[in-house]
Write a protein that binds this ligand. Structure first.
Ligand SMILES: Cc1cc2nc3c(=O)[nH]c(=O)nc-3n(C[C@H](O)[C@H](O)[C@H](O)COP(=O)(O)OP(=O)(O)OC[C@H]3O[C@@H](n4cnc5c(N)ncnc54)[C@H](O)[C@@H]3O)c2cc1C
Length: 419
């Protein structure tokens, strides 16, 4: 760093997760999170206000953890040092005992299970919720009603706003805090609190199994496009409408001002193409079952194979407990859940093994998006992808059905399945 110029926090785009810790720690208020050309929140330093103290560099957990991960191939050494003993992580398949709560949650309702005791003791919960314009930001919930509004996965990067400082304030006041978010947000918060010498005994970190977050710009332009197409304001959104289509489906539902709704897979298709994820997601150091949070939550994909008797389409959470504090909170929730302990191997999905690969079409996608917006992306990428999916299904299903009608082949299929 040149002594006279402020540090360049985003010199490498894939080395900034946009967690906002640098903004929160800056004693001069010299750093603001602003959208870059793709719409991702990035720290921008006001050179006039900056006193070159270097705290913004020191607080960056993401860069430090990237460096650590590069050093040890499996990344387990540092992470295991972080967890309190070889005892962790402990893995579980979890369902909230109340079917209605499970239906309202994205997976098995682990977030509600862990947050209930915290709220009942007068603590507060932080998580990602919708604002009036359906943008997604982190907010604070002090009641179960406020917490319920944070349920559901929002497949877009959440705006952290002033949440890190607010957590610090709550902890200083002696309040118990449960913070939920992506692993990079949780790691950023932890480092920010460490560096500002905050007592973290009242803090529990519940992070997500996460394969990446798309840019808020994509989400905003998608909503505008659907509003223009349908001639109405959108008042509600569900990124994965489990209530209507089941846990395993990936269908988004938008509700319009007149009460009608539209279910589609347009945004979902773009999300899973991995062309609009934050560049840092493709170099994420937290894609491992060893985390510095207390508990991790995700969808228990692969349950049919690992624990077939526990599988259903209402949703099952995968829980990874990483610390004694996490084990205590998990234990408190046990009377409200159906739970099966399992091995970490059972829930080792790709985001727990390696970062999501960047799409080969990323550059072309952004060229097209900048040129023709969602309309062009819809025609060039989404329609072909949906057609390909339909063709695949229409070929595979009749083939499987035909196999079943031919006796020797049906037996062969059964054998293969059993293997
Ligand atoms: C961007 C993203 C990618 C994900 N990728 C995977 C994956 O690859 N594999 C997997 O198993 N699970 C993934 N998940 C997690 C999964 O979809 C569920 O959110 C999780 O299992 C919690 O379900 P629940 O029923 O316990 O919680 P719910 O009651 O539905 O609560 C949702 C929780 O997620 C948090 N949250 C929602 N959206 C965001 C956001 N944008 N940023 C930060 N926090 C958010 C909320 O604060 C809340 O704590 C992802 C979630 C997100 C948001």
């Amino acid at each position: 760093m040149n002594k006279n110029s402020p540090p360049d926090l985003t010199a490498r785009r894939d080395a900034c997760s946009g967690c906002s810790a640098c903004t929160a720690i800056c004693p001069q208020g010299a750093i603001a999170m602003k959208p870059d050309e793709e719409g991702f929140f990035c720290p921008v330093i006001d050179a006039e206000k900056c006193v070159r103290c270097g705290l913004c560099l020191k607080v960056c957990a993401f860069k430090a953890d990237q460096a650590q991960r590069a050093e040890c191939s499996e990344y387990t050494e540092r992470a295991e040092g972080c967890s309190e003993s070889k005892k962790f992580p402990q893995a579980f398949a979890v369902k909230h005992a109340n079917a209605h709560i499970r239906e309202m949650s994205q997976s098995g309702g682990l977030f509600t299970l862990i947050s209930d005791p915290v709220l009942e003791r007068g603590g507060v919960v932080y998580g990602a919720g919708f604002s009036g314009d359906l943008s997604v930001s982190h907010r604070r919930a002090a009641s179960k009603e406020e917490r319920d509004a944070l349920r559901g996965s929002k497949y877009v990067q959440s705006d952290m706003g002033d949440a890190f400082r607010s957590v610090r304030e709550d902890l200083k006041q002696g309040r118990e805090v449960l913070f939920t978010g992506t692993p990079c947000q949780c790691a950023g918060l932890r480092r920010f609190l460490e560096l500002s010498r905050t007592d973290m005994s009242g803090l529990c970190l519940l992070d997500l199994i996460c394969h990446g977050t798309p840019t808020p710009r994509l989400w905003k332009e998608y909503l505008n496009w659907q509003e223009a197409r349908n001639g109405q304001k959108i008042v509600q959104a569900s990124f994965r409408d489990k209530r209507r289509f089941g846990w395993r489906s990936h269908v988004e539902t938008l509700t319009f001002a007149d009460g009608t709704s539209l279910s589609d897979r347009i945004y979902t298709t773009i999300f899973y193409m991995h062309t609009a994820l934050r560049p840092s997601c493709h170099a994420c150091p937290y894609t491992t079952p060893h985390r510095c949070s207390d508990i991790s939550m995700g969808d228990f994909w692969g349950l049919e194979k690992a624990l077939p008797d526990f599988a259903d389409n209402l949703g099952v959470s995968a829980a990874l407990v990483h610390s004694e504090k996490g084990a205590k909170l998990f234990g408190e929730a046990r009377s409200r859940m159906e739970v099966i302990p399992c091995s970490v191997q059972n829930c080792l999905q790709p985001p727990l093994r390696h970062p999501t690969q960047v799409s080969r079409r990323r550059e072309a996608f952004w060229r097209d998006f900048n040129r023709g917006g969602i309309e062009l992306v819809y025609r060039h990428y989404v329609i072909p992808a949906l057609v390909r999916q339909k063709v695949k299904l229409s070929l595979v299903h009749p083939l499987v059905a035909a196999l079943r009608t031919v006796e020797p082949l049906a037996r062969l299929e059964k054998k293969i399945r059993q293997k």
